[in-house]
Design a protein. Structure first.
Length: 647
């Protein structure tokens, strides 16, 4: 009874931890949905494609007790073609008072479709750099979760922004599509003097304006898309840490934490792990991408977190501090999402799948292999709760925020596909491929799409990953495996691998299959079977009699409803010999246990005519006509026939 009681307590605690993890993870996902909870009417704006942004200067006036903003945004841009107008994304709820170019007022129009179109005084020629300054004000709308929010904490007003994916235009005139990054930005926040203001990059100054307000200046000198630009204002308490591995080539950098005073002690305790995690990421990938500035956390009021460049906006958990998994996830985005940003919302898994997997790697590195296996198993359970779903989005899905930020697909399936790539390629090739991806001058501080990742992993591994990406990234579902092992004697066993698919979009999932064989004396042998066809058989050397078989003991593959059984131990000639591939194009190979000797073989066509004689286990069939054939094998244990198809 005692053991049963302890087991029940363990199951109950495990279930409770899983539930808490799921709630925490869903909070994170909900926060990253950001600014809308329904299908958006504006996703991309082709009217903004004719110029490239090079710089933004945001001069903003805000008060955390008021849902209101006013300011001046100056944008430098280069014309990509001869242009007579410049269009910005800007919510119709915000009014524009003036647009100036070098101090001269320009005319402009509002389309009623969340646009601001500025009429240039003369045609701006291709490749010419110019700038525009827009003065605006108004009450930002609060669609969905709200891109611009005011609230209170412990009775104190607080303001924050959260623009991913489509909300930047709700509080400032910008170009919010995933086709452009400003090379650098300056942000000036004027707010009541009792407050601390936060934004991207390093704080340059804070000036008292004598009128009860102060202006804080932040400068960020790395490329940044509109949706990652953010501000926050309240009575923050600041806590400083230090990150970096500290070598001559890799110096330290500041970690700056902005937290509510009432939860500061809990937050200080929770962020103690931050330097260890960021140093772990640096050791595995490449140096922190924004080392010349800072990393840090800024507390805000919505559940979860958001990876604003150099400062992740975070929500404290039930304990009052941040959870380690939230810290690890948002920090991981600084590499995957902020340095290299998904080039379209169809490729969102390049942001979210990576951040989720990096948080899982933290579990592996800090808690050990068993905890890592448990985390992967939890992700597999979520992924396989539905029989369909791809991690690469369709055009229609890429307009639906709930689909973009699907916890099951973009986050968990994206993470497990990365784990499978790591398993397939091996750590050396996988991590070198990711370092090359992050350092690619065409992608670093710019945008990437799924084929970019594939090409880098192929280059480092020498593997063709087209079939893998087709099965696991672009198409839907997962396999269910049936593994059967037979003892053949003389230190060998035969393993048969069968597979069914949950979704018709994939006819067969090609993947190395991990299998564990065990013996009665505690012996154990882990194998990886290169499974390329259904019903494939493998004859393997085993230094013990197999008494048990386990599929995927370390949970490296997305799969469900799997079985692994030990077959009869009696020797059967028919089942002990396998031929592959079948159908065949150029050659067929014969697999048989060491206890058998091949004496001769012959091939007969469908009419029973002998068309080829042979004596080796690899038989050329390239000269045969297309059709059905019978392979006759004469062995030391007798004669048997195997049918095959020549393609």
């Amino acid at each position: 009874m005692k053991n049963l009681y302890l087991l029940l307590v363990f199951i109950s605690c495990t279930s409770l931890l899983a539930q808490n993890f799921d709630r925490e993870f869903e909070d994170l996902v909900q926060a990253e949905k950001k600014s809308a909870s329904k299908r958006m009417t504006l996703v991309t704006n082709p009217n903004t494609y004719n110029y490239d942004v090079t710089y933004h200067r945001l001069r903003l006036n805000v008060d955390p007790s008021q849902q209101f903003i006013s300011g001046e945004v100056t944008t430098k841009y280069i014309a990509k073609e001869d242009i007579s107008t410049v269009t910005f994304d800007l919510s119709d709820a915000l009014e524009v008072s003036t647009v100036k170019q070098r101090g001269v007022n320009l005319t402009f129009t509002r389309s009623g479709n969340n646009e601001l179109t500025v009429n240039l005084p003369v045609v701006q020629n291709t490749n010419v750099l110019d700038s525009l300054s827009i003065n605006y004000s108004g009450v930002p709308t609060s669609s969905g979760f709200g891109a611009f929010s005011v609230d209170t904490h412990n009775g104190t007003p607080v303001l924050w922004t959260l623009s991913e994916p489509f909300g930047a235009m709700e509080w400032w005139p910008c170009k919010q599509d995933l086709n452009d990054k400003a090379n650098n930005i300056d942000v000036y926040i004027t707010a009541p003097s009792a407050n601390v203001s936060v934004s991207n990059g390093l704080e340059q100054s804070k000036i008292n304006n004598i009128d009860g307000t102060s202006t804080t200046h932040f400068k960020h000198n790395y490329p940044i898309p509109a949706y990652l630009i953010a501000i926050a204002v309240t009575n923050y308490q600041v806590y400083n840490q230090q990150g970096g591995l500290g070598t001559a080539e890799s110096p330290f950098f500041p970690i700056i934490n902005y937290m509510y005073p009432e939860t500061a002690s809990e937050n200080i305790a929770s962020v103690a792990v931050t330097p260890d995690i960021i140093n772990f990421y640096e050791s595995v990938f490449v140096p922190y991408p924004f080392r010349n500035e800072k990393y840090g956390h800024c507390q805000f009021g919505w559940g979860g977190g958001m990876e604003h460049t150099t400062v992740s906006f975070m929500t404290a958990g039930n304990s009052g501090g941040y959870t380690r998994s939230l810290i690890a996830h948002e920090m991981g985005h600084q590499w995957f999402g902020d340095k290299v940003t998904c080039g379209s919302w169809k490729d969102i898994w390049l942001n979210e799948g990576f951040a989720t997997y990096l948080a899982s790697m933290v579990i592996q590195n800090f808690d050990g292999e068993n905890a890592f296996i448990g985390d992967k198993n939890a992700m597999i359970t979520s992924i396989t709760s539905n029989t369909g779903g791809a991690i690469y989005l369709t055009d229609t899905e890429a307009t639906d925020v709930n689909r973009i930020f699907s916890s099951r697909l973009s986050y968990r399936k994206g993470a497990m596909v990365l784990n499978m790539l790591r398993f397939k390629l091996g750590d050396t090739n996988f991590f070198q491929g990711l370092r090359n991806y992050l350092n690619d001058p065409e992608l670093a501080y710019a945008y990437a799409v799924t084929p970019d990742l594939q090409s880098h992993l192929e280059a480092t591994s020498g593997m063709n990953l087209t079939e893998f990406f087709s099965d696991w990234v672009y198409n839907q579902g997962y396999p269910s495996y049936s593994i059967t092992a037979h003892n053949l004697g003389n230190g060998q066993a035969r393993i048969t691998v069968n597979q069914t698919q949950s979704n018709s979009s994939v006819s067969f999932f090609e993947m190395p299959v991990p299998v564990r064989l065990t013996g009665s004396g505690g012996q154990q042998l882990d194998l990886v079977l290169e499974n390329t066809t259904n019903g494939q058989q493998f004859i393997v050397n085993v230094p013990f009699t197999v008494t048990g078989v386990t599929f995927d003991p370390k949970k490296d593959i997305i799969a469900k409803n799997n079985s692994a059984t030990l077959g009869a131990t009696t020797f059967e000639l028919e089942s002990s010999i396998a031929i592959y591939p079948n159908p065949a194009t150029t050659t067929i190979s014969v697999e048989m246990p060491n206890s058998l000797t091949l004496k001769s073989c012959a091939i007969f066509n469908a009419l029973g005519q002998k068309v080829k004689e042979c004596s080796t286990k690899v038989i050329a069939v390239d000269q045969l006509s297309t059709g059905l054939y019978t392979l006759e094998l004469t062995t030391s244990e007798g004669r048997m026939l195997k049918k095959f198809i020549k393609k």
